[in-house]
Design a binder for this molecule. Sequence first.
Ligand code: PGA
Length: 247
Amino acid sequence: MSSSNLVIANWKMNKTWEEATEFVDFFLDKSLDKPTIIAAPSLYLQGLHLRNKNPQISFAAQNLYFEEKGAFTGEISIPMLKSLSIGYVLIGHSERRQIFQESDELIAKKIAACLSHQIIPVFCFGEPLEIREKGQEIDYVLAQIKSGLALTQLNSFKQLVFAYEPIWAIGTGRTASKEQAQEMHLNIFNALTAEYPKLNPEEITILYGGSCNLDNAASLFSQPNINGGLIGGASLIAEQFLGLNQI
Ligand code: PGA
């Protein structure tokens, strides 16, 4: 049985500063089996990064804007993140796509900007329920991936992390079955190796996200093409997130 290579906590718009520091302090003396990333509100990134002493933990922003600087009120840039030693960012999360109307074109610009500045995007995609009910989820997701990478020349699969998150499973308690998730991950893996035949397929990381928790993670992570998890609700409690790290 395989296990996961990477787990990412997506805190979304949750936690006060006090709660955030308690969470990070909980991990000070815990030995973690694998790289673990916390996508925290950007307001907290510097403070948490300076406070953290666990070498397996790093931090990610939940979003950024692709321009380097300028009149973009409310946005944060790649140089800002790099100046705080933050090396990861979520791009294209379905909540950004749906609530904040982020388009495939904008996501492609963000991914290209990340790669040209050596910051690792966690590129998120996934189908809505109506697309799965029509049986069109694989074509839909592969098209999302293609347009997200349209402005990018990939030199290595280590330059980014992929995250499949079916929208109908996010925050709903309804997880994709391990068969549904594995089928999608295998299709993504095959499409990537066909599109980039010169790159090392062993460096592909595809996370599953969507109501992933302590009850279902072991069975999801046992699948050959599921390389870890992007975890929302179940990442908010430190003990649970530690348990997910140990699967
Ligand atoms: P969930 O969120 O685990 O609460 O479903 C996952 C995500 O949105 O990244």
